[in-house]
Design a protein around this ligand. Structure first.
Ligand code: ZN
Length: 215
């Protein structure tokens, strides 16, 4: 009898934890309160992508100390299901991600967000050093653990690393936790869903960056 009760309780707990986990990876439309927080930050006066095209994705993730944290990603609705699936698999594999907060919490300042090793997606902005809009402006690009996976390029013989605090991670021959390369789980999951990786670019290397082209 006691054994039966213990087994039953165990099953209920397991069912609940599975349900909680499934319910922890989901998307919703941008609410009035979230949209208000985005104003003048990630969502600027000249932003043309309609609010109805964006989604807020809720995820769980492990940080680098093994703690479970909640994350929020604002992205294009065309990739919200991809992100739910990818972050669910990353969670199952205890893949470490330092933090996942909307970039509005950094006043949409990419350098601040990257320096804080924050993973983020939507931000209406040009590509750094260019007038061309970034794929982040459409919510179709995501930067993962950016402090450990900087953008690296050479201009006039000088190496430029973004964020600036990330120069220790510009040498990709080194091995360290959170490093994205072609053996990395993030790389495998994003490319399997049709995303391209900035680490494969030729003129610059953007190791944190995955983006999807939507026809
Ligand atoms: Zn990026």
């Amino acid at each position: 009898m006691l054994l039966a009760v213990v087994l039953l309780l165990g099953c209920i707990t397991l069912a609940l934890s599975q349900e909680t986990e499934t319910a922890s990876f989901f998307s919703e439309e941008i609410s009035d309160s979230v949209f208000a927080l985005m104003q003048g930050k990630s969502y600027k006066k000249d932003t043309t992508i309609p609010r109805s095209e964006l989604r807020l994705v809720h995820v769980l993730h492990y940080d680098f100390d093994g703690n479970i944290k909640q994350g929020e990603i604002i992205c294009n609705k065309a990739i919200s299901k991809d992100l739910e699936d990818i972050f669910s698999t990353l969670f199952e594999n205890k893949y470490p991600i330092e933090k996942i907060r909307p970039i509005d919490e950094y006043d949409a300042d990419d350098e601040c967000s990257m320096t804080d090793n924050n993973t983020s997606c939507f931000n209406w902005r040009p590509i750094a050093g260019s007038k061309k809009l970034s794929a982040h402006s459409q919510g179709l690009a995501i930067d993962i653990n950016p402090l450990y996976n900087p953008m690296v390029k050479t201009r006039n013989g000088k190496q430029i690393v973004a964020p600036r605090a990330s120069s220790a991670y510009a040498n990709r021959a080194k091995s360290f936790p959170g490093k994205i390369d072609r053996n990395d789980l993030c790389y495998k999951l994003f490319t399997a869903k049709g995303f391209s990786w900035g680490g494969n670019w030729k003129s610059s290397k953007d190791y944190q960056h995955f983006e999807k082209r939507i026809p």
